[in-house]
Write a protein that binds this ligand. Structure first.
Ligand code: GDP
Length: 609
């Protein structure tokens, strides 16, 4: 009756919850390296207010403390402002653009990367151009390998990046540097389009860099340039003489035939791109290579992209600062200054930067040091939590739930070409007005480091169909936070994607291997059937907790289930470590053969982003 009502919990005064943050009403732009004072000015409150908010978050700072992005964003949001961040380099460009005269812009030399399948002649071509177009200008003509060189034709320069190979190209892009104005795709006329040719095409497309084709080895008797053109046309690179857009130049790198035409065509193709720079501004550039040199300390090859780099300039490069002590060009000559589109060795660094890091000359060396320090700290933190910004199926689902239309780039690797094609087709069809699915690369074979880097730079996910990542790839994927979905049934792939698109994807689980054991002999056990006499070859085999086990025969999974019994001699044990013999039975399964591998693993839930 009436008493019951009294038992209801009384309306309690809410515990003193922090006031809900105000609605976000505006967006402000902040620059990397801002202080508490800078932030306060931007959000138009007193610095004291900002310090108070920081105190509430248990951060005791002063008004001149440099803030990291996360903290600044958090505080700004507390005051109703969303934040757009500019890197220090971007901020410099903005600041300088206010004092720069557009009349100072002058054309700069185009920068070329040579890509193509292994053995199609990339190195030979680069060497041939270097020897015919660089050395002849200088008495003595000793060229140095510094990662890039400038060739000259009819008094005009072209810069060649001298590290052929897709990794260099991708690595640079992964680190945010876009240095290449045109890709020269080398295809051997006696071999045609090969897997790495296709990879190179995909990479150039993702990077939105025009492709010029050098059909190489035309001196060979079995050269068939027409077939190469045909194969390229099938990949939407239609030669000009067939009415298409792609310039294709037949060359022989070995005989040095037609190289001048190739260079002229590079100039022609890049002229349209209107590559300009302002030699009067403070230099910006990108690291092509870096090494520690005995006697000279850290040395970086920098491609000056804009402005002029002088001896004596202070700069920041990645997480390091420096002051240019010397500049050395690709012919080993010391320089006083380096203009836009010059590859130069720079001495005077305080540490070793990474390829792809940006170099920015600064007026304020103290500010540069502060930012370098901030970046070093952030790099440390980032190494701890590398995930977050990458696309995963879970984050896609979340973004869709928040009403954002998305594009989902996908890389498909499969065991056979047929499956890759079928998958590409069926996945492309799944796209709708909210999610546009773009297959940026398909290939056959294990998921390689290269695939992962491509995924990382283009924010793609990788679908592995009956293939697994190789050792390097798994590590890089982990570091870069690239989502790799492994499947062996086509329906499951499409189903999973559909679920992600409709918001029904379950939290992902991740498998962790506990140990491996090899079956050395098989013996009969009364009532159970067959038991495996094993030796543990890796980790440990355990029957504790939620451990599961599978039986693998010749790389194929035969059975998955739980371990029934685990024995050392006659004793039941919970765990057996590497190098130790044991007897293993499965629950309700006994088709075991000598030579099988038993893998113990657990399945862990992965928190959605
Ligand atoms: P990369 O792996 O693409 O750098 O290829 P390389 O430049 O190392 O060349 C591979 C092989 O092809 C070498 O043996 C070269 O001598 C040869 N080669 C390169 N260009 C030509 C060419 O134009 N004609 C002929 N006949 N052989 C070439």
């Amino acid at each position: 009756g009436g008493r019951r009502a009294d038992r209801r919990p009384r309306q309690q005064a809410a515990p003193r919850a922090p006031a809900p943050p105000p609605p976000i009403t505006r967006t402000i732009t902040l620059a990397e390296g801002m202080t508490v004072k800078d932030l306060a000015e931007k959000i138009e409150v007193k610095a004291k207010e900002v310090l108070k908010k920081l105190m509430e978050k248990r951060m005791v700072l002063t008004i001149n403390t440099t803030l990291d992005t996360e903290t600044a964003t958090m505080i700004a949001r507390e005051f109703g402002a969303d934040v757009k961040m500019r890197t220090f380099e971007e901020e410099m460009v903005v600041l300088e653009s206010e004092v720069i005269d557009p009349g100072d812009l002058v054309p700069r030399a185009p920068v070329v990367t040579v890509l193509g399948h292994v053995d199609h002649g990339k190195t030979t071509l680069l060497d041939a151009i270097r020897e015919t177009r660089v050395a002849e200008q200088e008495a003595g003509g000793i060229t140095q390998h510094i990662g890039a060189y400038a060739a000259e034709i009819d008094g005009r320069r072209i810069v060649f990046l001298d590290t052929p190979g897709h990794e260099a190209f991708t690595m640079m892009r992964a680190r945010g540097a876009s240095v290449t104005d045109v890709v020269v795709l080398v295809v051997a006329a006696d071999d045609g389009v090969m897997p790495q040719t296709q990879e190179a095409i995909d990479h150039a497309r993702v990077a939105d860099v025009p492709i010029l084709v050098a059909i190489n080895k035309i001196d060979k008797s079995d050269a068939n340039p027409e077939r190469v053109k045909q194969e390229l046309a099938e990949r939407e690179l239609t030669p000009e003489d067939w009415g298409g857009q792609t310039v294709m130049v037949p060359v022989s790198a070995k005989k040095r035939d037609n190289l001048d035409t190739l260079l002229e065509m590079i100039l022609l193709v890049t002229e349209l791109g209107e590559h300009k720079a302002n030699p009067k501004r403070m230099a910006t550039g990108a690291v092509l290579e870096a090494k520690v040199d005995r006697g000279r300390g850290p040395v970086a090859t920098i491609l000056v992209q804009d402005g002029t780099l002088h001896v004596g300039d202070n700069f920041i490069v990645g997480t390091h600062v420096g002051r240019v002590r010397a500049l050395i060009d690709d012919r080993g000559q010391p320089l006083k200054e380096a203009e836009p589109s010059s590859p130069v060795e720079v001495l005077g660094l305080t540490g070793l930067p990474q390829p792809g890091d940006a170099l920015q000359v600064v007026a304020d060396a103290a500010k540069a040091r502060q930012i370098a320090l901030l970046r070093q700290n952030q790099a440390k933190e980032k190494a701890l939590v590398s995930r977050g910004t990458r696309v995963t199926l879970e984050s896609l689902q979340q973004q869709l739930a928040e009403g954002e239309a998305k594009e989902l780039p996908i890389i498909i690797k499969a065991d056979v070409q047929g499956s890759a094609e079928v998958l590409a087709e069926s996945l492309a069809k799944l796209g709708d007005e909210r999610v546009k699915i773009r297959i940026i690369h398909t290939g056959v074979g294990a998921i390689s480091e290269w695939d992962v880097l491509l995924a990382s730079t283009s924010n793609a996910i990788i679908i592995g169909f009956n293939v697994r990542p190789d050792r390097n790839a798994a590590g890089v994927a982990e570091r870069e936070g690239v989502d790799i979905r492994k499947h062996s049934v086509i329906y499951n792939v499409t189903d999973e994607l559909k679920k992600a698109m409709t918001g029904l994807l379950e939290p992902t689980t991740r498998e962790r291997q506990l140990g491996l054991a090899e079956v050395r002999e098989v013996f009969k056990v009364p009532k159970i059937g067959l038991a495996a006499g094993c030796i543990v070859t890796d980790g440990s085999i355990t029957r504790a907790g939620d451990a599961q086990a599978r039986l693998v025969r010749d790389g194929v999974i035969v059975h998955e289930g739980r371990i029934g019994s685990l024995r050392r001699f006659k004793d039941d044990v919970n765990e057996v470590k590497t190098g130790i013999e044991c007897g293993i039975t499965f629950e309700r399964f006994s088709d075991i053969k000598t030579g099988d591998v038993i893998e113990a693993f657990t399945v862990e839930k992965v928190a959605t982003v």
